[in-house]
Design a protein. Structure first.
Length: 374
């Protein structure tokens, strides 16, 4: 199989013209699209009209071009959109395609990019941020590994999950059935539903990949015990979702893709060395300047979590007290990736305070590059 990635800019939340051009030119067969990842402009909160508009526009176009209904597209294509494009981040989507390669070019057996997809069972409002969500995401990640043809968790470099968050309506639904939700706060605050959902998904990834043991994960440790985390999970949530959509990326010698992926966790929110580490993990050696790196990089993704304390490397910062800290964190990540890769079409999610995504005070980061022969 061959996996390719095509990045398209979006001039408005509903703009899918660049995607349509790729279809019209025959560059991509719409039926080969298996996932869409990207940044939409908007608030980035639980009910983000910009993100919902982009999601609908993409599903509608794919449905029109494949002859499927939008509901069928939801089952066939994994769509993971992160709302809010602060700073230098360009609103965009990256299309992931998977095709059978009848005449793959030899590449000395070096591992190349593969993609695995799955959807979880329906996640009920009362399961968000609890073992119900964690277990369902765990099963979905294991299914995505099988779909990618991977058996060794060390070959997995990124797991993107888009899961349901809580809304006033879904909380009322749970209450009407006699259930309490993990929180009634629908914000991205420290005790908000978005954070609980994102971390429930991250812990599901950690369990599926053996990054955490079963006895370490339970309801009472979610958003409490930061020593349990996933190095490769980048999760987000939205009120428009009812299931978790999982996109797993890794490398396999069975792939004929021209691309490869690598990852490295950031030690802090300003750890630029992680970008070099991720590039090396993907097979790009040290010493390249930004212009050379820009030619090699296809797509970069990061999660930017606000640190636990009001200090960074022993110096006081005000991010935790700043009313716009949520957007600042994503803007910082966008600038960091853009300045070191030469690309502003980067996927940077985040803004929550503390997370089971990446090590304590750190952040997961992954980069897809054009592969070079070893």
């Amino acid at each position: 199989m061959r996996t390719d990635v095509h990045v398209c800019q979006m001039r408005t939340p509903g703009d899918v013209s660049e995607i349509a051009k790729l279809f019209d030119a025959g560059t991509i067969d719409p039926a080969d699209v298996v996932a869409v990842v990207g940044k939409s402009e908007g608030t980035g909160l639980g009910r983000d009209v910009g993100r919902e508009t982009a999601d609908l526009a993409i599903r509608t176009l794919l449905a029109q071009r494949t002859g499927c209904s939008p509901a069928e597209i939801a089952d066939r294509v994994c769509i993971v959109l992160s709302g809010g494009s602060p700073g230098v981040i360009t609103p965009h989507v990256a299309l992931f395609t998977r095709t059978a390669d009848p005449a793959p070019e030899p590449h000395n057996g070096s591992p190349r990019l593969v993609v695995g997809l799955s959807h979880s069972e329906e996640i009920l409002p009362e399961e968000v941020g609890r073992m119900g969500q964690i277990s369902k995401v765990r099963s979905a990640v294991s299914a995505a590994m099988r779909d990618a043809g991977l058996t060794d968790p060390s070959d997995v470099h990124l797991v993107l999950v888009k899961a349901p968050s809580l809304t006033a309506e879904s909380i009322a639904d749970a209450n009407s059935r006699g259930h309490e939700t993990v929180t009634r706060d629908v914000s991205i605050g420290a005790e908000g539903a978005i954070c609980y959902s994102n971390d429930g998904s991250a812990l599901g990834v950690a369990l599926a990949l053996g990054e955490a043991d079963d006895d370490q994960v339970h309801d009472s440790m979610v958003r409490r015990d930061w020593s349990v985390f996933s190095d490769v999970a980048m999760t987000s949530s939205g009120g428009e979702k009812t299931h978790a959509e999982v996109l797993l990326l890794g490398n396999s010698t069975g792939s004929s893709s021209p691309l490869r992926i690598g990852h490295r966790s950031m030690r802090t929110i300003i750890d630029a060395s992680a970008v070099s580490g991720a590039l090396e993990s993907a097979g790009i050696g040290p010493g390249c300047d930004v212009s050379e790196t820009s030619k090699a990089v296809v797509y970069a993704l990061a999660k930017m979590i606000m640190p636990e304390t009001a200090e960074l490397d022993g110096r006081r910062i005000t991010m935790l007290d700043d009313q716009v800290g949520y957007h600042v964190a994503k803007a910082m990540g966008g600038f960091l990736l853009a300045s070191l890769t030469g690309h502003t079409t980067v996927f940077v999610s985040g803004g929550e305070r503390n997370s089971h995504q990446g090590p304590p005070n750190g952040n997961p980061l992954a980069i897809i590059v054009k592969a070079t022969e070893e």
